[in-house]
Design a binder for this molecule. Structure first.
Ligand code: NAP
Length: 278
């Protein structure tokens, strides 16, 4: 399935349909392929269907069904249309992964209102539009929703105020909908990944080698995560293996959100050379 040891059993998603926004790249691709390999069918929804080809190819190779759907999650009418088309084709939607987002680094004094709005529209409003439409289908027979957040939802982060605000809203939405929809048998959880390797992240969040080194320095485990590592957790929460888990936010970040040390790594090395206190 991937280079990550998986504890998810064969056939876990047999007969289930998962709607994955941004399912053709990065984490979305990894989650979609994992659910498909474990027996599920996938609705892959994003603006540019050209990059759905890799998932379609994996579907052909491993025998799972993929519906490639052109969708901008910022458009409620389009969301309604695509969710209806998916329901017509598969009968129902059992799993929703709200993965689509946009992000870039910009100090807030230089951030244009339209840049702030664009990120909120995709990463927060879009999550509501899709959850609402899919939730209306799921109320017939239950389901599982996993939203993708980020650790700075609760701490804030200089340089990405737009994304931090969107993700904070996503976590509030996760808890609100989990409480509201529990009686309908719909579980709603979130996964909050730290910096993991994806083309989107590398291009926009650490576009130079120097910036990449800087981000790496902030990860106590000393390396970036991989999309597959994060996908494993997303799939667990989406699966029947987590039947009583709802309204929770799970972090997978190599320690990125833990407090940063008092002194630099260089200073720490000097301190370690000293004799220990007795
Ligand atoms: P990515 O590869 O850039 O994927 C983003 C996806 O969202 C793309 O497939 C894109 O497809 C889709 N998308 C963007 N705008 C859309 C819109 N308006 N409507 C529909 N789809 C749209 O990103 P990633 O790094 O895998 O990130 C996946 C998730 O993890 C995001 O929620 C991100 O915030 C979160 N995250 C990532 C990191 C990281 O370090 N990578 C860290 C923390 C959190 P189209 O262009 O075809 O629309």
């Amino acid at each position: 399935m991937s280079d990550v040891t998986s504890f998810l059993p064969e056939g876990l998603f047999e007969g289930k349909t998962a709607f994955v926004t941004g399912g053709g790249t990065g984490l979305g691709l990894s989650v979609s392929a994992r659910i498909g390999r474990l027996g599920g069918s996938i609705v892959c929804a994003s603006r540019d269907t050209n990059h759905h080809e890799r998932l379609l190819e994996r579907g052909r190779e491993h025998g799972f069904e993929v519906m490639s759907a052109q969708l901008d999650v910022r458009e409620p009418a389009d969301v309604k249309r695509v969710v209806r088309e998916a329901a017509r084709r598969f009968g129902r939607i059992d799993i929703l992964i709200n993965n689509a987002a946009g992000n870039f680094i910009r100090p807030s004094l230089l951030l244009a209102p339209k840049g702030f709005k664009a990120v909120i529209d995709i990463a927060l409003n879009g999550v509501f539009y899709v959850s609402r439409e899919v939730g209306r289908l799921m109320r017939e027979g239950g389901g599982a929703i996993v939203n993708i957040s980020a650790p700075y939802a609760s701490t804030g982060k200089p340089g990405v105020v737009h994304s931090a605000c969107a993700k904070a809203g996503v976590e509030a939405m996760t808890r609100s909908l989990a409480a509201e929809w529990a009686e309908l048998g719909i579980r709603v959880n979130a996964v909050s990944p730290g910096p993991f390797v994806s083309t989107g992240a590398a291009d926009r969040l650490w576009p130079s080698e120097e910036m990449e080194r800087e981000v790496l320095r902030q990860i106590p485990m000393g390396r970036f995560g991989t999309a597959d590592e994060v996908a494993e957790l997303v799939c667990y929460l989406a699966s029947p293996a987590a039947p009583w888990v709802t309204g929770s936010v799970w972090t997978a970040d190599g320690g990125w959100s833990l407090p940063q040390p008092m002194v630099s790594a260089e200073a720490a090395k000097v301190l370690r050379r000293r004799r220990p206190d007795t």
